[in-house]
Design a protein around this ligand. Structure first.
Ligand code: HAM
Length: 473
């Protein structure tokens, strides 16, 4: 998420010769408390649910994605960052983490591991999309993938893990959007039915959907074009056309979700933008992205489900589904699988939008001021000694004026300032200033740690502001 900047700084940034590439951004220190908080929660949940960490390379053979994600998807058609290696291979910056994880599953023979194999990852992905708020070209995701179990309990477990994560993060207002898109047995029949419905409306839909009619008809269902939204309102819904096995699988999933009290919304237009899915697909949206009418929808998915098309997956915080054919397609044995990934920038933005309080590491209660070369050298040693005694201190080594250093100390809200000038450095003493009272005493350096420990054992008298050192700078 781009940091909020005053207009003047934004303008200055635009005039710079070098800026971060379009759609890509720096993650500045002020954002890290939220990123770290999210990472900690994801790591904890992954551990509690028995997921092992995997990290795959940022680049893969491009074919892994065209084969895995599907040649007729937006990602493969327009969004891949391709590069030719010196050896002549066509590589791609990974646009997502599922195909690489499947590649790793096959490459490392994980089918002989005890099943299900549960893996999670966290890292940057790359998609050459049209940049806008919430849509980046370098986007960070974390994801969970489960291999070797086709039981809908696995689908429910991953959805549960994500809903717990959002709840524990303080994002209670999210909605689970759910659909089943059938399997290779029943989907061809549904596609025929869908085309049969769309053909007479071909002149009323956008040019892109007319093309999709030929190559990927189900994607017509999540087109955001106004004309297409109108036409699809009466389109046949896939859940009415799935086979008995898929229906049974979906029904069991709904029962599991009800059992664990997860509210969901049946969304007949949710088809997802990647071709590897079968049966369950789902997304998690901020609740205010929910379609008008969905507020009243009950857990049994009554017919009030009309998604708010123009936002929809554009703002999905997470999405995933079942992909029972992908392992085989990428050279492994038939292995059912289910997984999901979430957009880190979108979640961090949502935390900010909802004013969720982010726990931060306790701010230092001490500031170390040094004046002159000798004091500077001594300060570096002192800084280490403070750390070794478990006392965290802030300092500003670059500045020489006591006034400017005291100003920073005051803004940071520290209780004590240690002042080490040339005289103190020579005499092996240090000045300890109590910021609130403005009182100072000079103490021998060798006694400093004991004095500080006694003082810091008392409750802070000053409320430390949530200003970070970097914001003061
Ligand atoms: P996806 O829906 O393409 O699914 O991406 C997952 C999440 O990544 C989205 O819900 C969104 O939060 C975030 N995201 C996607 N594109 C962008 C973007 N351009 N800018 C910011 N955030 C974005 C997948 O990637 C699948 N691999 C998920 C999966 C895992 N399915 C099974 N296993």
């Amino acid at each position: 998420m781009q940091e909020e900047q005053p207009e003047i700084l934004k303008k200055e940034r635009r005039n710079k010769q070098y800026a971060s590439p379009n759609g890509m951004h720096d993650i500045l220190p002020v954002s890290w408390p939220a990123w770290n908080h999210l990472y900690k929660k994801v790591n904890e949940l992954a551990h509690d649910y028995g997921f092992g960490r995997i990290e795959t390379p940022i680049v893969e053979q491009a074919e892994l994605f065209s084969k895995g994600i599907g040649a007729a998807t937006d990602i493969i058609e327009h969004e891949m960052y391709l590069l030719k290696s010196k050896g002549g291979d066509t590589l791609a910056l990974r646009p997502e983490g599922t195909a690489p994880t499947v590649r790793a599953f096959v490459e490392h023979g994980m089918h002989v591991w005890s099943q299900p194999v549960k893996l999670w990852y966290w890292g940057p992905m790359f998609r050459h999309e049209r940049p806008q708020r919430g849509r980046y070209r370098q986007l960070w995701q974390f994801g969970f993938e489960v291999f070797g179990d086709e039981d809908p309990a696995i689908d429910a477990e991953v959805i549960q893990l994500l809903t717990i994560l959002f709840k524990e993060l303080g994002l209670k207002d999210v909605s689970v959007q759910l659909n089943s898109i059938g399997c290779s047995q029943c989907r061809p029949y549904y596609k025929k039915t869908l085309l049969h419905y769309y053909r007479p409306h071909a002149d009323k839909i956008c040019a892109n959907c007319r093309r999709r009619m030929k190559i990927n008809p189900m994607r017509m269902l999540d087109c955001k074009d106004e004309r297409c939204v109108r036409v699809k309102q009466n389109a046949p819904q896939i859940v009415d056309h799935i086979c008995e096995d898929c229906r049974h699988h979906f029904k069991n999933l709904l029962e599991f979700l009800e059992e664990i009290n997860i509210t969901y919304f049946l969304n007949p237009y949710l088809v997802r933008g990647l071709d590897y899915y079968n049966r369950t697909v789902f997304e998690i949206w901020p609740h205010d992205e929910v379609a008008p009418g969905q507020e009243e929808a009950k857990k049994d998915g009554e017919e009030a489900n009309k998604p708010k098309e123009e936002k929809g997956s554009q703002f999905a915080l997470a999405g995933g589904g079942r992909y029972d054919n992908l392992v085989k397609m990428l050279g492994g044995r038939t292995t059912p699988a289910f997984g999901a990934a979430a957009g880190i920038e979108r979640i961090v933005h949502e935390l900010k939008r909802k004013n969720v309080k982010i726990p931060e590491a306790p701010a230092p209660r001490i500031f170390l001021i040094q004046l002159g070369d000798m004091a500077k050298r001594k300060s570096l040693k002192l800084f280490e000694e403070l750390r070794n005694n478990g006392i965290s201190a802030a300092s500003s080594f670059g500045r020489d004026s006591i006034k400017s250093q005291l100003k920073i100390a005051d803004k940071l809200g520290v209780e004590y300032t240690l002042i080490l000038g040339q005289k103190e450095a020579l005499e092996d003493t240090i000045i300890l200033r109590e910021m609130l009272a403005g009182e100072q005493l000079t103490i021998p350096t060798r006694k400093l740690m004991d004095v500080l420990k006694t003082k810091l054992a008392k409750k802070p008298k000053r409320k430390v502001p949530r200003t970070s050192f970097f914001q003061v700078e």
